[in-house]
Write a protein that binds this ligand. Structure first.
Ligand code: EPU
Length: 338
C-alpha cells in the first residue's frame, strides 16, 4: 500500500488548479481498494474517488484521502450473433475503451468518442454526446459498497439514469465505488447521425454510408474544433447543464428572442441550450486574469494557467447570476465542486 501525504492534486484534475490532499493512494482492484478503506491510516478520513479528474473543480484542499482509480481491463462477458456485452474496468480511460470497441466493430458508443475521463465516471453522470447517452447502451455495473466491502451489481433501472444524473450522484453518493461497467454493444450497429453537426461533417467528407469508425472520426473532429483540449487549456467540459424549463417560460423567452435554441424535453417542458443563453448574456470569449469563458463554446469555463479553483467558481457564479437576470433561467453546475 503506497500512501502519499500532502499530495499535489494538480496533475489529477483537468482544470489544472492547485490543491492538495492530506493523503493520496491508488487502487488497481477491489482487493486493494478494500485494504485502503480498512487501513488504520485512512479508515476514518473523508474519501474522494478520482478517475480522470475531468468533471471536478477543487476550490480547497481535500481534508482526507483521495483514492485514484486505476482498475484496468476490458473483456467480453457475453456474445451472441447480434450483440456483445463488454466490460471495462472503471479506471480505463473512456476514450481508450471507445476506441477499442470501435476497432472491434462494436457499435453504440462511437458518438461519445473523446469524452474525457475514465469509465467509472461515465455512469455517475450518465455521460452523453451527439444524441447518445450511456443509459442507451448500459448493461450493468459492479460497485463496492463502502459500508461492508461487498460487491453489488446494479442494473440500468437501479442506476436511475437521467440527464447527467444517476443514483450515484444522489442517494448513492459516497456510498459506493464503481469497479467495472458493462455495455451491450451491437455487431450490426444502427448509426445515430441525425445530430446536426455529425451529418454535416460526414457530408463534408463525402461519406454516404458511414461506418462506426467514420462516425467516431467525425465526432473527434467536431469536438477538437470547438472544445478545448484540457491538456492545453484547463477545463472540465460543459460547466453547466442545459436547463430544463417550463414550456411557458421558454415561450416567453422565445417571444423576446426568436433565435432561442431549444429542444422538447417531455410533457410541458423544454430544454434550453445553456451555451446560447450564456453567449447572449455576453460571456462568450470573456477573460479576466487567468479565468475565462471559452471563445467557441460558452458552456466551457477555462483556466488560462495559474487560476485558483475559487476564481473559476466565482466566475461561474457571475455567469449564473447574469443568465438568471437576463432570462429568468436558473442554470445548474454540471461539474462537481469540491
Ligand atoms: N450554442 C450557442 N453558443 C455557444 C454554445 C452553444 O449558441 O457558445 C448553441 C449551439 O449553436 C447549438 C446549441 O447551443 O445550437 C447546442 O450546442 P452544442 O451542440 O455545442 O451542445 P451543448 O448543448 O452546448 C451538450 C453537452 C456536451 C456535448 C454536446 C454535444 C451538456 C451540458 N453538454 O452541449 O457535453 O458534447 O451537447 O452532444 O449537456 C459535457 O458534458 O462536458 C459536454 C461537453
Amino acid at each position: 500500500m503506497d500512501i502519499q501525504r500532502n499530495a499535489d492534486l494538480q496533475p489529477f484534475n483537468t482544470f489544472h488548479v492547485a490543491a492538495r490532499a492530506m493523503r493520496l493512494a491508488r487502487f488497481t482492484s477491489a482487493t486493494e481498494l478494500r485494504e485502503l478503506l480498512n487501513s488504520d491510516e485512512l479508515k476514518d478520513l473523508p474519501r474522494l474517488v478520482v478517475g480522470g479528474g475531468s468533471n471536478m473543480l477543487f476550490t480547497r484542499d481535500w481534508p482526507g484521502v483521495v483514492l485514484l482509480n486505476a482498475i484496468e481491463g476490458i473483456d467480453v462477458v457475453e456474445e451472441t450473433v447480434d450483440h456483445v456485452i463488454v466490460r471495462s474496468g472503471s479506471g480505463v480511460w473512456w476514450h481508450e475503451f471507445v476506441a477499442h470497441c470501435v476497432g472491434e466493430g462494436w457499435g453504440g458508443i462511437e458518438n461519445m468518442s473523446l469524452i474525457p475521463g475514465k469509465v467509472g465516471a461515465a455512469p455517475m453522470q450518465n455521460i452523453g454526446a451527439y444524441g447518445v447517452e450511456i443509459k442507451d447502451v448500459f448493461d450493468h455495473l459492479e460497485a463496492l459498497r463502502i459500508s461492508d466491502g461487498e460487491v453489488i451489481r446494479f442494473t440500468g433501472a437501479e442506476c436511475k439514469f437521467g440527464y447527467r444524473e444517476s443514483f450515484f450522484k444522489r442517494e448513492g453518493k459516497d456510498k459506493y465505488i464503481i469497479l467495472n461497467v458493462a455495455f451491450k454493444l451491437a455487431k450490426h450497429p444502427e448509426l445515430h447521425t441525425h445530430y446536426g453537426s455529425i451529418q454535416h461533417e460526414l457530408e463534408k467528407r463525402g461519406i454516404e454510408k458511414p461506418t462506426i469508425q467514420d462516425v467516431s472520426d467525425a465526432v473527434i473532429h467536431i469536438r477538437r474544433s470547438k472544445l478545448p483540449d484540457p491538456n492545453v487549456l484547463g477545463n472540465a467540459g460543459s460547466f453547466f447543464k442545459n436547463p430544463v424549463v417550463t414550456a411557458e417560460l421558454a415561450a416567453r423567452i422565445k417571444a423576446a428572442y426568436p433565435e432561442l435554441v431549444s429542444f422538447p424535453a417531455g410533457e410541458g417542458q423544454v430544454k434550453l441550450a445553456a451555451g446560447w443563453l450564456i453567449e447572449q448574456a455576453g460571456w462568450k470569449g470573456f477573460r479576466e486574469g487567468s479565468v475565462g469563458v471559452h471563445k467557441d463554446q460558452a458552456l466551457v469555463l477555462v483556466n488560462y494557467g495559474g487560476s485558483t479553483g475559487e476564481a473559476i467558481y466565482e466566475l461561474s457564479t457571475r455567469v449564473l447570476e447574469s443568465v438568471k437576470e437576463k432570462f429568468g433561467v436558473e442554470l445548474e453546475r454540471e461539474v462537481n465542486i469540491i
